[in-house]
Ligand binder design. Sequence first.
Ligand code: AKB
Length: 325
Amino acid sequence: MANTSDTVLVIGACGQLGSELTLELRNLYGGSNVVAADISAPKQADLRDSGPFEKVDVLDTKVLADLAAKYKFKQIYHLAAVLSATGEKNPKFAWKLNMDGLFNVLDLALEQKVEKVYWPSSIAVFGPSTPRQNTPQHTIMDPNTVYGISKQAGERWCEYYFQKYGLDVRSLRYPGLIGYKALPGGGTTDYAVDIYHKALEGETFECFLSGNTYLPMMYMPDAIKATLDLMHAPAEQVKVRDSYNLSAMSFSPEEITASIQKHLPDFKITYKPDSRQQIADSWPQSIDDSAAQQDWGWKPAYDLDAMTADMLLNLKKMKEEQTLA
Ligand code: AKB
């Protein structure tokens, strides 16, 4: 259950997940109790106007300590990270941001007696030797992107802080996340967001993955629900302390195209695989999330066609509002 008087910090609040999660946390905990923090100010009016914003670089420990002293946070959601495709362009920086950022947050949580920390992991922790169908919770992990390596190492550190120091850190291995409110930044699964924008603009979509590349994906409302369900579960129900497998749907570019064509029959796609194809080919095609189902009752609501209908409806509405403004 949520303790609605908690003060909550969201680091990376302006990102694809952060901008939606922060609004939902503000609904639950009250606008002034949820501090949105990011390296640059929010562009979304609802995020900007619904509660406090603090400019924070997660690599700056002094700024983090000052912030914690000011607000006395009970919970921290640390979402800031360099994703898979961008990480390959500057591996050393990706490693620094992803690992030092996590250490800074874990140490801050210990020092300031923060009660709960959330940190997202990813299907990128898996690699070419991992079973690709129904990938188990515990299996071979040989990630070959710097993002995946940092997420795998981060999972081990989260479990370490839980076992050694009793810090209540919780984590989910997200599949590709799809939402209409904000664009993702630099991932291998980003095509599955971009494709809806192009379809509504009446343009042909050039896909950077081949047509039959299956990847696990999830609609944003399910991702938000999973995150909050995990964070609000009683501690004894959270038995996995590295990171939970999480699943909703799997599809290929060909299948998402067919789903969009049910609404927009003239929509067309072409394929021009680039370096992201190799990353996608090293990841699972489907995920076994039975541990999440058993431990805290996880169940997704959206499949591909339900997501497509909702995405197109809301994106269209947003685009019409932007034209009127
Ligand atoms: C990415 O593609 O890098 C992310 C992820 C699956 O973690 N969306």
